[in-house]
Design a protein around this ligand. Sequence first.
Ligand SMILES: [Zn+2]
Length: 116
Amino acid sequence: MAAKYSSKINKIRSFALILVFAGIIIMYLGLFFQSSPLLMTLFMLLGFLAIIGSTVTYFWIGMLSTKTVQVMCPNCERTTKVLGRVDACMYCDEPLTMDKSLEGKEFDEAYNHKKK
Ligand SMILES: [Zn+2]
């Protein structure tokens, strides 16, 4: 049984979401350093950068989405997006492949990095 694997887009999306929260928390922490303008500015700046980073990540997801292929998942029968040679279903995490030669093989994300 292969380890549980989730769709790349889902992974990047949760990363972007974590960045937003991290940014907000860092900015909030900055409020505790009101006695030190330097520290407070530093925290605000870091928090701001995290939020900018998340915005960039969301743009990246948008770009990646144009490169995905829509397929019907054989497991849950919903339309999902596949990115690269191997990816997982966005809904049920069923491993999917675009490459017939990899069909039936154990799921490995490393297949995405192999050259043809
Ligand atoms: Zn599915």
